[in-house]
Design a binder for this molecule. Structure first.
Ligand code: 13P
Length: 251
């Protein structure tokens, strides 16, 4: 049994108005006991403040789904780490495959975003993962090596284990096609070994979670794997019963 505390994050993507987020929390928060896994919900920017307020009396923390690497400036439409901190946000998803695919998020930008998040006191949830074509071409390890080494290049050793890494194979996201526990374990162990190469202790301590069609029916089996420390959950996190069941599966 690892010493790492399980970590479950809900990525709501572009779903839930403020009112819908509040309704979710009304049903979800009473089901989450303190002292269990780390639980983070990541609503849209507009629902962050209200979500922080609703979670204040609970152990559930709040994350954003993206941020800009600069603290301020002429970047129309962007939101910075200090702005997120101001409303009480604790974490931020960075490098999600949808941002890489639809918004040209690059590993070079992530190499700046991850340290900027850490410097502002945000916990980065760094997403990495291969596409189906890359897996079929046997490129999974090369892709993961490139993403992890570039995205974390500017993170100092002392801060490395403050990052949470989410292994999200692109072919498993929103497709209903979950990686098998063995596939997820293999890729996550590979990522952990990349961190171990930087520093052995950080490799032991860093939390690496799985994302891609995680649901109550498969969460227990995935999280029972030695190196899988939790999940970044999309579709199933929209339902308070399902997400609470996934959190329960981690204990
Ligand atoms: P699904 O759980 O809907 O497959 O989404 C996973 C994901 O992208 C979480 O960030």
């Amino acid at each position: 049994m690892s010493e790492r505390r399980p970590y479950l994050a809900a990525n709501w993507k572009m779903n839930k108005t403020i009112e819908e987020a509040e309704a979710f929390l009304g049903a979800f928060l009473p089901r989450i006991e303190s002292g269990g896994p780390d639980v983070v919900v990541c609503p849209s920017f507009l629902a962050l403040k209200s979500t922080v307020e609703h979670c204040a009396q609970s152990s559930v923390r709040v994350g954003a789904q993206n941020m800009h690497e600069e603290a301020a400036g002429a970047f129309t439409g962007e939101v910075s780490a200090p702005m997120l901190r101001e409303v009480g946000v604790d974490a931020v998803i960075l490098g999600h495959s949808e941002r890489r695919q639809y918004f040209n998020e690059s590993d070079e930008a992530l190499a700046r975003k991850v340290p900027a998040a850490l410097a502002a006191g945000l916990e980065p949830i760094l997403c990495v993962g291969e596409t189906e074509a890359q897996r079929d071409a046997d490129d999974t390890h090369a892709v993961l090596t490139h993403q992890v080494s570039t995205d974390l290049a500017e993170v100092g050793l002392a801060e490395l284990d403050s990052v949470v890494i989410a292994y999200e194979p692109v072919w498993a996201i929103g497709t209903g096609r979950t990686a098998t526990p063995e596939q997820a374990q293999d890729a996550i162990l590979f990522i952990r070994n990349l961190v171990r190469e930087r520093e052995q202790g950080a490799g032991e301590r860093i939390r690496i979670v799985y994302g891609g069609s995680m649901k109550p029916e498969n969460a227990g089996e995935l999280m029972a794997q030695a190196d899988i420390d939790g999940g970044l959950v999309g579709g199933a996190s929209l339902d308070p019963d399902d997400f609470a069941a996934i959190v329960a599966a981690a204990q």
